[in-house]
Design a protein around this ligand. Sequence first.
Ligand SMILES: *Cc1c(COP(=O)(O)O)cnc(C)c1O
Length: 392
Amino acid sequence: MMKTWNKRTKAVHAGARRSQYNELSEAIYLTQGFVYETAEDAEARFIKSGEDEFIYARYGNPTVAMFEDRIAALEGAEDGFATASGMAAVNAALMSMLRAGDHVVSARALFGSCLYILEEVLTRFGVEVTFVDGTDLAAWEAAIRPDTKAVFFESISNPTLEVIDIKAVSTLAHAVGAIVIVDNVFATPVFSDAVGQGADVVVYSTTKHIDGQGRALGGVILGTKEFIRGTVEPYLKHTGGAMSPFTAWIMLKGLETMDLRVRAQTASALLIATALEADGILQNVIYPGLASHPQYDLTKAQMGLGGTVLSIDTGSQAAAFKLLNALDIITISNNLGDAKSIATHPATTTHQRLSDDVKAMLGITPGLIRLSVGLEDTDDLIADLRGAVAAQ
Ligand SMILES: *Cc1c(COP(=O)(O)O)cnc(C)c1O
């Protein structure tokens, strides 16, 4: 029956498991371990566990399993493994499947920590990584080789909001048998059809829109049953990095309201981007849902709407700092997808580690501010931003 449900129904009901008490709201099983009736039962469970048979919370837990099943159903993936953070998910998706000598092609516009894994960690273990401009299909085609094992990209890059063509890159990767791993945070599960468009593995930082209220770190890897149980689970269950049951419960509750929140935030983001662009004072307003965005048509085809994040360029770090310090409602922080609107200066915070050359190549200019639009009144947010733009 669940297979025919639409996303909003799955986000509320999929994956629910009830105890003997038939509780309405999902229970939090704050237990690290599980009891076996007999020594033979313990032995049997270690050989092969059934659907509702757990061993140790590092391997799996009923509350975590509910979250994994719900988000997998929502994404249209066969299975999922929840992790302690988004970075634990990105790391495990790559490390679990790669070995020395393998070749990976990655978009170069990445979140700072994703870049660290691809550039510093994988290469230390003998994995060769080729970076490309993710929006340039000819560059992907030239970089993907017959021996390429995986391609990796953020479907919308952080913080420059480049949109990458999942379908086209997947077709190129699949032609050589490479696995397509998509970090889909900015698309959100609400607007994602990444699996339908060809992604083999979809990764989320659930810290962002899935919690959506800035409470807990989390991540999830979604893919085929074979990839999740055969490749990811053995790696994660022995290296740690499991999601806590309490976090899984927060994420389950977050999924129930995610569609409403993300759609409201997206509608607000479009109104704000449109207003700031029309004012004509800022050097640049970058938002995938604006007709002026270089991948506007692709965004419409791939996601429908432009998402909850926009970036603005003030022209200089001094102007950016003045604007940030003049904000009243919008807070300076570095989460995104939160109910609270948040402004970030990537060049001096999330992407500080990068050299000036790399920042310039990635479009992380000194004046760039990333704006995650929250759930406040849109008119209040526009007034706050207009006041701060006037102050810069
Ligand atoms: C935040 C983020 C991550 C990391 O997630 P954490 O939960 O903070 O570990 C990875 N990729 C993207 C695109 C992100 O925005």
